[in-house]
Design a protein around this ligand. Structure first.
Ligand SMILES: C[S@@+](CC[C@H](N)C(=O)[O-])C[C@H]1O[C@@H](n2cnc3c(N)ncnc32)[C@H](O)[C@@H]1O
Ligand SMILES: [Mg+2]
Length: 245
């Protein structure tokens, strides 16, 4: 394939951190702290969009989900427990190795693959739900990446995109604060210039045939030591979109 979304330096960076995926106090601590709020946002929207029964143990039974840039599988595992049929995709082979070992230990059946969104499109795959969480700021060729994620959404399906906004506040908090002051993340984790605004994400989504349903900010509350949903999309945010049936 001539065009790729893989940035070799980014893949090397994530490969070097791969052993840390499931350590809640390690380099991925921010994602662990983030996980409950984004997981309940995803679950609630899947249940309402696909009209699922909330009284059953596995409300997502039968839904086909692909998690692009799944890392160690922090979202793949709980979504599998909720009944979904999950494919986890990452360009870093080491991440997929770690994800597979962890799923095996947890007794979960997850289809983990070392590949990319553009390769899945070339293979003609479609999913009810595409998760595009904290990846777009780490890829090359953002238009190709967003097009291939969108192309994977089946008619009637949903896509969740999470990333960081390109604001002065995001620079101060997500780069300087998180990497240099609080040391939540290794220095160099994020390049602010690669962050995208909600308007830029919307245009990448709509030009590929999806409709934006809503934006949701995710904000850290230091006293509660918790992330919460918010209307403030100035730093971390998620965009929910659908492909009309
Ligand atoms: C910040 S992590 C996010 C992990 C996961 N989505 C989460 O939110 O818990 C970004 C992940 O994207 C992967 N990645 C980077 N570029 C990619 C590409 N072009 N295609 C697929 N995965 C990629 C990295 O290896 C890394 O695991
Ligand atoms: Mg990131």
């Amino acid at each position: 394939m001539s065009e790729t979304t893989i940035n070799d330096a980014e893949i090397a960076k994530f490969t070097a951190m791969a052993e840390e995926w499931w350590n809640p106090k390690g380099k991925f601590k921010p994602l662990h702290k983030f996980n409950p709020v984004r997981l309940s946002y995803i679950r609630d929207n899947l249940i309402s969009h696909f009209a699922r029964d909330t009284t059953v143990m596995r409300p997502l039974e039968g839904l086909k989900i692909v998690d692009i840039g799944c890392g160690g599988g922090l979202l793949c595992e709980p979504l599998t427990r909720l009944g979904a049929t999950v494919t986890g995709v990452d360009a870093a082979e080491r991440n997929i190795t770690i994800a597979k070992i962890h799923a095996e230990k947890s007794g979960l059946d997850i289809d983990y693959r070392v590949t990319t969104s553009e390769a899945l499109v070339a293979a003609g795959e479609k999913f009810d739900v595409v998760l595009n969480m904290e990846v777009v700021e780490h890829v090359d060729n953002v238009p190709l990446y967003m097009k291939s994620c969108a192309d994977l959404v089946a008619p009637g399906g949903l896509m969740f995109t999470a990333t960081l906004n390109r604001t002065a506040r995001a620079y101060a908090l997500a780069v300087v604060g998180a990497e240099y002051v609080l040391r939540w993340l290794p220095k160099g984790t994020h390049d602010w210039r690669k962050f995208l605004t909600p308007d830029e994400i919307h245009s990448l989504i709509t030009r590929n045939g999806l409709k934006v349903i809503e934006d949701k900010g995710v904000v850290f509350h230091p006293i509660a030591d918790e992330w919460k949903l918010s209307d403030d999309t100035g730093i971390n945010y998620m965009v929910l979109a659908n492909r009309p049936a």
